[in-house]
Design a protein around this ligand. Structure first.
Ligand code: ZN
Length: 565
């Protein structure tokens, strides 16, 4: 007992000495004049923040922080706005932005303007005319969502051909797990009535025939995606600052590249070498390119190099629920994409291959990231991690991205394995009504079960999966709290969480996911000066107003990287 109090005394002395030392340090910048939401449970709110050398020097009362001012200190008045730690993007696709931001936007209302097949066709026709796309050049459109079309069916090559007579055309599904292509594209990629449907994939056929109708999903689509024409490496490198700006505009100081092929890695590495990265990029090499990554000496997992870090290895286990390709233990209530009865979805990798590869990744101490939407795909991951000897005590934080349609007992397996779910509550809004139709209320209401996860002590992040849904973090902030569908149904009232927990899923828990909670995710002394400034305080607005909050400024390590004009 005596020894403990001696130790305590020494600790008190040490802490005071550290504070006294810190107080002698003068601030480069001091922020005052607005709410400061720290996301630090010990000190949730503050009046002022002092910053020095790109790091947070001190957080607290205005009078104490202003004592750190000298003649060169810049005072920033927040003017009643609200400061939070910079948003941490748990999962999106930074490099997909290069290709798709230059494509025609055929997203449905409210992301885009498509309501039916004629409106979709008009957008593509106008895109070709407006951009004077030369004959023979590929045309790309993204955001296509069959479930939101008035006709309630997939488009086919016969819909596309009249508006794209001279250009091979690819209309990418909003899940990014499939596309509908026109007849010229079918011909160029050699997809004919003799082409067998690959395991884990779908090639749509016209009824009663073998003739492809242009729909390609999952394993039938992924190899084609790699064949899409790509801008030159120089052009892509030139687009890196622009792509990061999209994230900065949305308040992210850490951006995700959630499934990185080797070519994309080389591009990001070149950008890091040239000092072009001004946000932290967290990249996940895809498992099918792992041999290429391993042969490259520049590849180091888990270390930051000029803002680029490889955070884990990414596996795709299944598809998407809105594309009817999420792998489910119980069948869908509707037919499969090709009219299949008793449809369970698609598995993207064989269980054997997954188990072998996961063991290797686990043995190397690298976090495993898996894309899983359906409960049957989550079963595969749980079994694979168990067989590889994973336990919670290892603190590996293997991430199941989406964890969308779970069964309640799978949360207990997450606890045992220390698995970290990155949920995707935007589904409640964008596809909540579709999911109720396809899966029934019980399964749909348990999508991204944040409240149940929290009750079991599971930490989680939330994400946009951009380009699947828009990058705006106010949408996941709102959808986790409201879970309101487009038609107004509360998709799982029992799984709604509070605003503070929803904010954590976009900040400190994202940092935890990347093993970076000691340097990011909250406003605490010693952490990086990564901030976002919002027009209003999310903790003080009505639930319905959360989605309308605006990012007015983004600051990365003291440097302003975005300001709303
Ligand atoms: Zn994704």
């Amino acid at each position: 007992m005596k020894r403990i109090s001696g130790l305590l005394l020494w600790m008190v002395f040490a802490v005071n000495a550290a504070n006294a030392w810190a107080l002698q340090d003068k601030a480069d910048i001091i922020y005052i004049g607005g709410d400061i939401v720290t996301m630090n449970d010990v000190q949730p709110a503050a009046e002022a923040v002092a910053v020095k050398d790109g790091k947070i020097l001190s957080v607290g009362k205005k009078a104490d922080i202003l004592a750190l001012k000298d003649s060169s200190t810049k005072i920033v008045d927040l003017g009643g706005r609200t400061m939070l730690p910079g948003f941490i993007d748990a999962h999106s696709h930074l490099t997909m932005a290069f290709i798709y931001l230059q494509a025609a936007n055929v997203s449905p209302v409210p992301i885009g303007t498509v309501t039916d097949i004629p409106s979709l066709k008009n957008i593509i026709k106008d895109f070709i005319a407006k951009n004077k796309v030369p004959k023979g050049e590929w045309v790309l459109a993204w955001g296509y969502d069959n479930s939101a079309l008035k006709e309630n069916r997939h488009i086919t090559c016969e819909d596309l051909d009249p508006v794209t007579p001279d250009n091979p055309t690819v209309v990418v599904h909003c899940s990014a797990h499939g596309a509908v292509i026109n007849s010229l594209a079918l011909a160029q990629w050699g997809i004919t009535d003799k082409t067998p449907t690959p395991p884990g994939g779908t090639i749509g056929r016209f009824p009663g025939t073998n003739r492809p109708n242009g729909l390609l999903m999952e394993a039938a689509w992924l190899p084609c995606e790699g064949k899409l024409p790509r801008p030159s490496p120089d052009k892509l490198l030139g687009m890196i600052p622009q792509a990061q700006q999209l994230y900065a505009q949305n308040g992210y100081t850490t951006a995700a590249e959630g499934a990185t092929g080797y070519d994309d890695y080389k591009l990001l590495f070149a950008a890091a070498q040239k000092g072009l990265l001004y946000l932290d990029i967290r990249s996940l090499p895809v498992y099918w390119d792992l041999d290429k990554f391993d042969a490259d000496k520049s590849v180091v997992f888990g270390k930051d190099y000029n803002h680029l870090k490889l955070a884990g290895v990414k596996f795709l286990i299944d598809g998407s629920p809105q594309g009817l390709t999420a792998l489910m233990s119980k069948p869908y209530l509707v037919q499969g994409p090709n009219g299949e009865a008793n449809w369970h979805g698609l598995q993207s990798v064989t269980t054997d291959d997954f188990n072998k590869l996961v063991k290797k990744v686990v043995d190397r101490g690298i976090p495993v990231y898996t894309h899983c939407n359906g409960d049957a795909s989550i079963d595969i991951v749980i079994a694979g991690l168990k067989a590889a000897g994973v336990t919670a005590s290892q603190d590996r934080r293997d991430v199941v991205v989406h964890s969308q349609f779970m069964r309640p007992e799978q949360l207990d397996e997450y606890v045992k394995l220390g698995v970290f779910p990155s949920f995707f509550t935007n589904h409640a809004f964008y596809w909540g009504d579709t999911h109720i139709r396809n899966f029934g209320k019980d399964r749909a209401f348990f999508l991204s079960p944040m409240k149940s996860a929290k009750a079991k002590g599971i930490r989680f992040s939330n994400h946009t999966d951009f380009l699947v849904t828009p990058l705006n973090p106010m949408m996941p902030l709102w959808t986790a709290v409201a879970r309101r569908s487009k038609s107004g149904v509360i998709v799982g009232p029992n799984e709604r969480i509070g605003v503070m927990d929803s904010l954590k899923a976009l900040t400190i828990n994202g940092a935890y996911q990347y093993h970076e909670e000691n340097i990011k995710g909250s406003i605490e002394p010693g952490k990086l000066a990564d901030f976002v400034i919002l027009d209003r305080n999310p903790l003080k607005v009505k639930t319905g107003d959360l989605k309308g909050l605006k990012v007015t400024e983004t600051i990365k390590e003291s440097r302003m990287v975005y300001k709303l004009n």
